[in-house]
Design a protein around this ligand. Structure first.
Ligand SMILES: Cc1cc2nc3c(=O)[nH]c(=O)nc-3n(C[C@H](O)[C@H](O)[C@H](O)COP(=O)(O)O)c2cc1C
Length: 273
C-alpha cells in the first residue's frame, strides 16, 4: 500500500464560511449543527466513484522510534458472557482498583476490537486488503490505536501504539504517564485506570474517497470501535468508560500527531470492586 501524501486542507475561505455560519447562531434559539452537518454532507457521487481508480493509503503508521515490540497473546475462549449479558452488564465505570490487568485480557480486547479479521484478495487496487473486527465506512479503517498503560502484568508503564498487521504493540515512550494524563484529561478518575485507549483518526485515510463528508464517518466509526472496546472489556470483567472530556491540543502534543491526525475519543479500562 502506498502512503497518501494528500493533506486535508480546508481552504481558508471555507473555514471563514464555517465561522460565519457558527457566529450567526444563537444557541438559545438554534445551533449551527444542521448547517455544519449539511456542509459535511456535500460530497458528489463522482468523487466516490473515482475512488475505484485510486490506491488506498496505508492502514498503519510508520513508527520511527520504539523501545520494544510485544506481540499480543490471547485465547479466543476467554469468557462465558453472551452478547446480551455483556450489553446488560456494561456501564460507565468511574472507580478503578489499583490492581493489574492481565496482558491476555488486554490483548483480547485489542485483537477483537481493532485487530484484523481477514484479508480480501483485492480491494482499492491493493492486494490482500485487511478487514478489521470493527466495521468502518468503506472499510477504510481510519484509526490508529494508542494506549497509555499504567498497570498491566508484564508491561512497562508508558505509551504504546498498536500495529494491526503485526498484531502487537510498540512501546514508543516508557515511563509513568499519570501526571501527563492529569494534564490531558478534564476529569480525574481515569488517571487511576489501568489502561487508557486513545482512538486517533488519520483523516487522509478517508478523505481520498469521501472528501469532507469523511468527517461524519470518522465520528461514526469511532463510536463503533469504542463500544466494541467497552463490550469486550465487560466480557472479561473489566470496567470501562468512554471519555470525551480531554484537551485535544495536549493529546496531540503528547502523541506527536500531525495536522491530519486527530484524537476522537478515549476509553479508560481497569479492574473494579
Ligand atoms: C461519546 C461519549 C463520551 C463520553 N465522555 C465521558 C466523559 O468525558 N466523562 C465521563 O465521565 N463519562 C463520559 N461518557 C459516559 C456517559 O456519561 C455514559 O455513557 C452515559 O451517562 C450513560 O451511562 P452508562 O454508560 O453507564 O450506560 C461518555 C460517553 C460517550 C458515548
Amino acid at each position: 500500500m502506498e502512503d497518501n501524501p494528500m493533506i486535508c486542507n480546508i481552504a481558508t475561505n471555507e473555514i471563514e464560511r464555517l465561522k460565519i455560519m457558527v457566529n450567526k447562531c444563537d444557541y438559545k434559539e438554534s445551533s449551527a449543527i444542521p448547517l455544519i452537518h449539511r456542509y459535511f454532507e456535500e460530497t458528489s457521487e463522482s468523487s466516490i466513484l473515482k475512488a475505484e481508480t485510486k490506491v488506498a493509503p496505508s492502514i498503519v503508521k510508520e513508527i520511527k522510534n520504539h523501545e520494544e515490540f510485544i506481540e499480543l497473546r490471547f485465547k479466543k475462549e476467554n469468557n462465558n458472557l453472551t452478547l446480551v449479558e455483556a450489553l446488560e452488564k456494561r456501564h460507565s465505570e468511574r472507580a478503578y482498583l489499583s490492581r493489574n490487568v492481565s496482558f491476555e485480557d488486554l490483548s483480547y480486547i485489542i485483537h477483537y476490537s481493532y485487530g484484523i479479521k481477514k484479508f480480501l484478495s483485492y480491494a482499492y487496487n491493493v492486494k490482500n486488503y485487511p478487514v478489521r473486527y470493527s466495521p468502518s465506512a468503506g472499510g477504510l479503517q481510519p484509526f490508529d490505536l494508542y494506549l497509555f498503560v499504567n498497570n498491566v502484568d508484564g508491561l512497562k508503564q508508558g505509551t504504546y501504539y498498536y500495529h494491526p498487521l503485526k498484531n502487537g504493540i510498540y512501546l514508543i515512550d516508557s515511563g509513568n504517564k499519570r501526571i501527563i494524563l492529569r494534564r490531558i484529561l478534564k476529569v480525574y478518575f481515569p488517571v487511576f485506570a489501568s489502561v487508557i485507549f486513545v482512538i486517533v483518526a488519520n483523516i487522509n485515510r478517508v478523505t481520498w474517497k469521501y472528501g469532507e463528508r469523511a468527517y461524519r464517518f470518522l465520528n461514526l466509526d469511532a463510536g463503533i470501535l469504542a463500544e466494541n472496546i467497552c463490550l469486550l472489556s465487560t466480557s472479561v470483567s473489566l470496567g470501562s468508560c468512554m471519555l470525551a472530556a480531554y484537551d485535544n491540543k495536549a493529546i496531540k502534543e503528547e502523541l506527536d500527531l500531525t495536522e491530519h491526525e486527530e484524537p476522537m475519543l478515549l476509553i479508560s479500562i481497569g479492574k473494579t470492586i
